[in-house]
Design a protein around this ligand. Structure first.
Ligand code: G6P
Length: 618
């Protein structure tokens, strides 16, 4: 939700160019409007409008600002309060037009603050909650505060979530950044340039040295240096460790692919190989806690939730205890009267910032006075989720920029499966030889996907052409593959804007089947596991009603292949050790299908309509 970028330098560089490139790298966070403010000679120069960054740049030449300017803030928006219009785009100003603010998050008490400020005579021009902030700072400054004190007082009056970055025309040597619940990171080129951003890729081409801002912390950025203070206790000294980012810049750029989504699908084998290297001690810590847990819940949103559904099946197989999977937005409602002490919650999130998930975890910890254990699986080191968790595992997918999650799904399922095998080792429910065979199957996921992507993808475009006229689909499966059906379907919804239902093939008889007519497309997820025989029956039921049957099967498949109009063939062995890996190995084909369907319909798969990668609003 919204991308924030700030830069302050003493170097002779084009500040506008840096600001523009910075928000371009954050565009996946929101892309309905954007704006840049640069400061020079005690004057703020602003360019902003509704639309995508490239369109606005064509019109407004976003990189062109006074060449002597050494400070700029830039913002790319995902609208919450007020539609995407020029006036609602950030930055927002105070009455004197000296204070500029960009913001990611939501201020819950903005109406109350707005009324208070209006009574003081402040005039508002936008529908946004953000506009409160510069006016509130102005109000404190009028009462005698200097800029830093005024920002401290202002943010302490704001209820809600914010990553806020501020500059003032009369303070050309500083940028102020403050965070509560919405992510902010600080990048530093010592002695030269300092950056702040809502995500590391924004400044990764310039520096790998960064600090992660925690809740209620303020960073005061100067050219090439930064100081921190806690807004709740400004006198308390803050010691922060600098982090060295190890990803390559290529990892956050398209590297020759037309879209991030395609690049990230093709990165799945590498991401899986890296995930296989997660330290065993880390996996064992999770396994031990789960083994002794009374109740276990797994919770997440979107794609991470479907990865959790697949992971839950695999863990349950070896743990012998039921795991309750609950969407994080419903976690509190479902468990308000039922959450018990000594439960364990597994929280799964690519970004580690999804607000519904963070709230669910915070609520559970507060309710049970911390007598609950939170294990998190996330892709982002230092994310909010890691701070609320007792143990964390970082999936090794590398930065994921495409709004629709792809490679992170595979790494989340693999991580959960690796934990499951550690549980099997503890419980000794299977022999060591069997554990090794399961482990080899997990290890082979990277090679299977590599092989599939290199040799088997040619018919995906044909299938997309065949389905061109269809706007409704079913993705059907049984058992563990229901997660694959749901995730495959979610991708098609997200990037190709098609209506699909990802459903249990058996349960589809109770309603959905009544929609089937001649040519209705049904994609069956059909790995050769214990559900296969019954799925054959389901395929026949839908075929008998004229369904256009497309099945995802393993290479050696015969029966469902015979019944299908088309198949997508995954090169993997058909034996029981490989049954646990189909949620990982079958998904790239469905991701590619969605990707090419989006292209077929002239949609941008990297920036689907109305979506954002990190959802920091309820
Ligand atoms: C948004 C994104 C999805 C993602 C979901 C959960 O809806 O568009 O791709 O799966 O958030 O995000 P998380 O970062 O918690 O995995």
């Amino acid at each position: 939700m919204c991308g924030i970028f700030g830069i302050i330098t003493n170097q002779d560089i084009s500040i506008g160019k840096f600001a523009l490139e910075g928000i371009k790298r954050l565009e996946y966070r929101g892309y309905d409007s954007c704006g840049i403010v640069a400061l020079h000679d005690s004057q703020l120069f602003i360019k902003k409008d509704a639309g995508k960054i490239d369109e606005i740049n064509e019109r407004l030449k976003l990189s062109e600002f006074p060449s002597e300017s050494k400070l700029a803030l830039a913002h790319t928006r995902w609208a919450t309060h007020g539609p995407p219009t020029k006036v609602n785009s950030h930055p927002h100003l105070d009455c004197s037009k000296k204070i500029a603010v960009i913001h990611n998050g939501i201020l819950e008490n903005f109406l109350e603050l707005k009324e208070m400020l209006e009574r003081e005579g402040h005039k508002f021009i936008s529908d946004t909650d953000t506009e409160i902030i510069p006016h509130l700072i102005e109000s404190y400054m009028k009462k005698g505060d200097d800029l830093i004190q005024a920002v401290v007082n202002a943010v302490n009056q704001c209820i809600g979530a914010y990553g806020v970055v501020i500059c003032h025309a009369d303070y050309p040597d500083i940028i102020i950044a403050v965070r509560k619940e919405s992510p902010l990171v600080i990048g530093i080129e010592k002695g030269k340039t300092t950056y702040c951003a809502s995500d590391i890729p924004a400044f990764l081409p310039y520096t790998r040295q960064c600090y992660i801002l925690e809740d209620n912390e303020m960073a005061i950025l100067k050219a090439g240096s930064v100081n921190f203070l806690n807004v709740l206790d400004p006198d308390m000294p803050i010691k922060k460790e600098i982090i060295n980012i190890e990803w390559s810049i290529d990892a956050a750029e398209k590297g020759g692919y037309e879209h991030f989504m395609l690049k990230e699908i093709y990165e799945e084998p590498v991401a899986l190989r890296r995930t296989m290297k997660i330290p065993r001690t880390n996996l064992q810590a999770f396994a031990k806690i789960l083994w002794s847990a009374k109740n276990i819940y797994i919770t997440a949103a979107g794609t991470s939730f479907y990865a959790s559904l697949a992971g839950k099946h695999i863990i349950t197989k070896f743990l012998g205890k039921y795991i309750h999977a609950i969407e994080c937005s419903e976690f509190q409602t479902e468990l308000d009267d039922a959450l018990q002490e000594d439960s364990v919650i597994i929280a799964v999130s690519q970004s580690g910032e999804t607000i519904d998930l963070i709230e669910a975890i915070r609520w559970a910890k507060e309710k049970l006075k911390k007598k609950i254990t939170v294990l998190c699986i996330t892709n982002v080191v230092g994310s909010s989720l890691t701070r609320y968790s007792d143990e964390s595992i970082i999936t090794q997918a590398g930065p994921e920029i495409g709004v629709a999650a792809t490679k992170t799904y595979c790494t989340q399922v693999l991580t959960l499966a690796l934990i499951a095998l550690e549980i099997a080792r503890y419980r000794k429910v299977i022999t060591k030889q069997e554990i090794d065979k399961y482990y080899d199957a997990l290890k082979s996921t990277a090679d299977i996907i590599d092989n599939y992507l290199k040799n088997n993808v040619s018919n995906i475009k044909d299938i997309v052409n065949n389905l061109d006229k269809s706007s409704n689909f079913f993705y059907l499966a049984r058992g563990i593959s229901i997660a694959t059906a749901k995730e495959g379907g979610l991708k098609l919804k997200e990037v190709a804007c098609r209506f699909i239902e990802g459903y249990s093939a058996a349960h589809a008889k109770h309603g959905p089947i009544s929609l089937v007519r001649e040519g209705f497309p049904i994609i069956f997820i059909a790995p050769p596991d214990e559900t296969y025989q019954r799925l054959v029956g389901n395929v026949m039921e839908f075929k008998a009603r004229g369904g256009n049957i497309i099945s995802v099967v393993v290479d050696s498949d015969k029966v469902i292949t015979e019944l299908s109009d088309r198949t997508i063939r995954i090169p993997q062995p058909a034996n029981k050790y490989y049954n646990i890996i189909s949620p990982i190995t079958f998904i790239p084909a469905l991701q590619l299908l969605s990707y090419y369907a989006a292209l077929k319909h002239n949609l941008d798969p990297d920036q689907p309509l109305n979506l954002a990668k990190t959802v920091t609003v309820h």
